[in-house]
Design a protein around this ligand. Structure first.
Ligand code: MG
Length: 165
């Protein structure tokens, strides 16, 4: 059996968007009250984008740019959770389900920990998984780099998928 047929698969995802004044800040499908938000073609939900790339990567199916091109007007302002549901459909079609997801948001502020539960619930629901399989956390970079200077936010995610029921 080749590596690509193995039962467990791991994928990695990364995303970053610029912070701009007056945009909505949506992370993990949760709208957070903040004077600055993330700029993008869709709702710029970097957390969900990183999770989608991790899942697509684990299945060997490319990335979100391939599946949901930002040149397609259909995805303008799209809810990233609805795109995650489409990724979940692809998972089912290919016989995969989520073993677990672990993600880190990199942001200098605002304080995100009060929202981790809701973010995890939203992501688990879109994936028809359970919240205890989705771990969300955040860190600052102590003022270093683009996230530290508040130019943007980043998100990293790994997804472990299992094949079969
Ligand atoms: Mg993105």
């Amino acid at each position: 059996m080749g590596v690509l047929n193995s039962m467990f698969r791991i994928g990695f995802g990364y995303d970053a968007h610029r912070l701009v004044e007056g945009e909505r800040l949506i992370l993990g499908g949760v709208e957070i009250d903040h004077p600055w938000g993330l700029e993008g073609h869709s709702d710029a939900d970097i957390l969900v984008h990183a999770v989608m790339d991790a899942i697509l990567g684990a299945m060997g199916l490319g990335d979100i740019g391939l599946h949901f091109p930002d040149t397609d007007p259909a995805y303008k302002g799209a809810s990233s959770l609805s795109l995650l549901e489409k990724v979940s459909e692809r998972m089912k079609e290919n016989g995969f389900r989520v073993n677990n997801i672990d993600a880190t948001i990199v942001a200098e502020g605002p304080k995100l920990s009060p929202f981790f539960g809701s973010m995890g619930d939203n992501i688990a629901r879109a994936l028809e998984s359970s919240p205890d399989r989705v771990n969300i956390k955040a860190t600052t970079t102590e003022g270093m780099g683009p996230s530290g200077r508040g130019e943007g936010m980043e998100a990293y995610a790994v997804a472990s998928l299992v094949q079969g029921s």
